[in-house]
Design a protein around this ligand. Structure first.
Ligand SMILES: [Zn+2]
Length: 661
């Protein structure tokens, strides 16, 4: 979660207040009335046929009972548009016509100068328009020819915003100056570079692809050489700038992000024309890196797009044109985090055609087939290792085994490794599973021994991938073993399911939950008596955590307007888990009793108070039992007085007929 820090809190609150959650969500799905002022619709975050996605406008919350997605209007925009917290606030503010103010001197961070970012974004928008106009002009004929040779029509170019940079020294610079942009910004954004006589256009005589961030703002350009006498590189990109960071930019992601999330699939291709060809051929999840190899930062962006709650699900499919370099790149990916690798696939066109050429020669269906023919990266790697060997001879099969077994042995997930070993036997035609398994196990053990003994490849915590779900990391202070322990023993331990310390179906736990729902939804019903119930009175740890948040926020007596109250609680929540629970509690209907809500609230509260009193009485009694009434007379009498008072309180509760029993 991004710290809200830089934008002033009052402004964030104002954005929340002025952005109608029903209107904002209504842009993405049909909402119908569900009674009581609540709305319902089909969840945009998971596939469903009957609506379990609830919106509660009075509290400014949404929650899906199917997939448990939930939060406030800012969270919704974050999730659906894949933006950061700040970006979501900025977008909502723009829609609501709110001028945001930023905290001064808030330390480091990319938005030191939010004014400059806005100016650079404007300059890029203007530049993209200029290039697009140039492509349509007489001068743009070579650009249009390039596109049509590759099977793209004018409408396709328009869809992707493709343009043409004329062969002029300062065509764009003049244009931007005319629009009031300062030379300083034009240069800082990488649109021009400093020449002897002032700034001159960076891109000249090139076909231009605007590169957008996830929110659709143009942040840079990719430029293809068009003329013979251009001695620059074939592709030229915007240099690193305050807007453009090539290590994390994915071309086409603004267009692809919704389909990537929906289909849980991303197709990584190599060039701008490949992205266009894929999208036009019915593979709308295609993206490409911009002038750099696919790296860790790109993985993070894809994770965000494919993220489902805490889990990273879905497929990342790389298309390589089957050449040695592509293969190498795929195999190198093997060394990266295996959690990611296990969801990585490779689609290779046997005749080495990239998606753009494939579409020209064989049509749209061939591009879709290419993607559909993907192989898991593990399988691709194993098959690549086998390929050079002659499987018709015994010697050939054995040397293929020696080449492929280390690849299989490198798979960290034990069951997956076993499966590939069994497959390897089949692929090689050895027909002796045990023999192949032994060979793989030998190599795996040897590799493991190396890692154990020294620091073979120096990868701290490299075995963590075995836990499979990556959750072992925050598994609650379990990371205390020595490095050696971390290997085999830690593995088994981390695998044991964590049992909750409470039973959610326990009626006492359910009462707690009901009471907390009221505290979130209708704080006025509860009053000061609730604020006096201590955190320890709640059996379920998640409930105790919410109780602590309520106290942090000043207690139910401090609650004013309910929407603000909920926003405050969400803000005070220490982590996403507690935040999700607060959201859930804010949306879940109260299992209201037949009688009045007042009475229901009083009963729940009394029951918890009584429980707490009983616990305290037991504790005082046990202390009394350990004291000598003569030797420790003073303390004994004090405790005895406490006991009487507690018993008295409990009797009052029971006499009011509120406490059950
Ligand atoms: Zn859902």
């Amino acid at each position: 979660m991004v710290v809200a820090g830089r934008i002033r809190n009052e402004d964030i609150a104002l954005v929340r207040e002025r952005s109608s959650i029903a209107d904002v969500i209504g842009e993405y799905l049909q909402l119908r009335s569900a009674g009581g002022g609540n709305l319902k619709g089909l969840c945009p975050f998971h596939d469903e046929k009957s609506p379990s996605f609830n919106v509660t406008p009075s509290r400014g919350l949404y929650f899906c009972f199917g997939c448990e997605a939930g939060g406030d209007v800012i969270k919704f925009v974050q999730e659906i548009e894949h933006l950061t917290f700040t970006e979501s606030v900025e977008r909502l503010a723009a829609q609501a016509g709110i001028q945001l103010r930023y905290e001064e001197g808030g330390g480091r961070g990319p938005r030191q100068d939010s004014g400059q970012r806005a100016r650079l974004v404007e300059a890029h928008r203007a530049a993209a328009e200029y290039y697009a106009e140039q492509l349509a002009s007489a001068a743009g004929a070579p650009g249009r020819a390039f596109l049509s040779e590759r099977g793209f029509e004018a409408a396709d170019a328009e869809h992707f915003g493709v343009g043409f940079a004329p062969r002029e020294w300062e065509g764009l610079v003049r244009h931007l100056r005319g629009r009031g942009f300062a030379d300083r910004d034009i240069v800082a954004g990488g649109l021009a570079k400093e020449g002897r006589r002032g700034p001159m256009d960076r891109f000249r005589g090139r076909l231009m692809w605007p590169i957008r961030d996830l929110s659709g703002d143009v942040i840079g350009f990719g430029a293809r050489r068009l003329f013979e006498d251009d001695d620059g590189p074939k592709y030229l990109n915007t240099p690193e700038s305050p807007l453009f960071h090539k290590s994390s930019v994915l071309y086409g992601a603004d267009l692809a992000k919704k389909e990537i999330a929906r289909r849980r699939q991303a197709v990584v291709v190599e060039g701008y024309t490949d992205v266009m060809a894929c999208h036009l051929a019915g593979v709308p999840t295609a993206i490409a890196t911009c002038g750099t190899a696919f790296g860790d930062e790109h993985i993070k962006v894809l994770r965000r797009l494919l993220m489902d709650q805490d889990e990273f699900r879905g497929e990342v499919i790389f298309t390589f044109d089957g050449d040695a370099a592509g293969r190498k790149a795929a195999l190198r990916a093997f060394d990266d985090e295996q959690k990611f690798v296990s969801q990585t696939f490779v689609a290779v066109q046997p005749d080495g055609l990239d998606p753009c050429d494939l579409r020209i020669r064989h049509g749209d269906a061939a591009v879709r087939d290419l993607v559909a023919s993907r192989l898991p990266l593990f399988e691709f790697a194993v098959r690549s290792a086998i390929e050079q060997h002659d499987l018709d001879t015994v010697e050939g099969r054995l040397s293929a085994l020696d080449a492929a077994a280390p690849v299989v042995a490198a798979i960290k997930d034990r069951s997956r490794r076993h499966m590939y070993a069994v497959n390897l036997d089949r692929w090689l035609g050895i027909m002796d599973e045990q023999f192949v398994l032994r060979r793989v196990r030998e190599l795996a053990n040897r590799a493991h021994g190396r890692a154990q003994a020294g620091n073979g490849r120096g990868r701290p915590g490299g075995d963590r991938g075995q836990n499979g779900n990556g959750r072992g990391q925050d598994g609650g202070g379990r990371a205390n073993g020595s490095a050696a322990e971390n290997g085999r023993n830690g593995d088994a331990e981390a695998r044991a399911p964590r049992r909750p310390a409470f039973d959610p179906s326990d009626p006492e736990v359910q009462r707690e939950r009901e009471l907390l729902k009221l505290a979130v939804q209708r704080p006025a019903l509860l009053g000061p008596a609730f604020d006096e119930v201590p955190v320890e009175a709640f059996i379920a740890p998640p409930h105790a955590a919410v109780r602590a948040v309520l106290a942090e926020a000043g207690g139910v007596t401090a609650a004013g307007n309910v929407a603000e109250w909920v926003a405050l609680l969400l803000e005070r929540a220490p982590n996403d888990q507690v935040r999700d629970l607060v959201t859930k509690l804010g949306v879940e209907p109260v299992r209201s009793a037949q009688e009045s809500d007042d009475r229901y609230a009083a009963e729940l509260l009394a029951r918890i108070q009584e429980r707490q009193l009983t616990r305290m009485i037991a504790s005082v009694k046990s202390k009394l039992g350990r004291l000598n009434p003569v030797e420790a007379a003073e303390e004994y009498n004090r405790l005895f007085g406490d006991l009487v008072a507690l018993e008295q309180q409990r009797r009052v509760l029971r006499e009011r007929g509120l406490g059950s029993q």
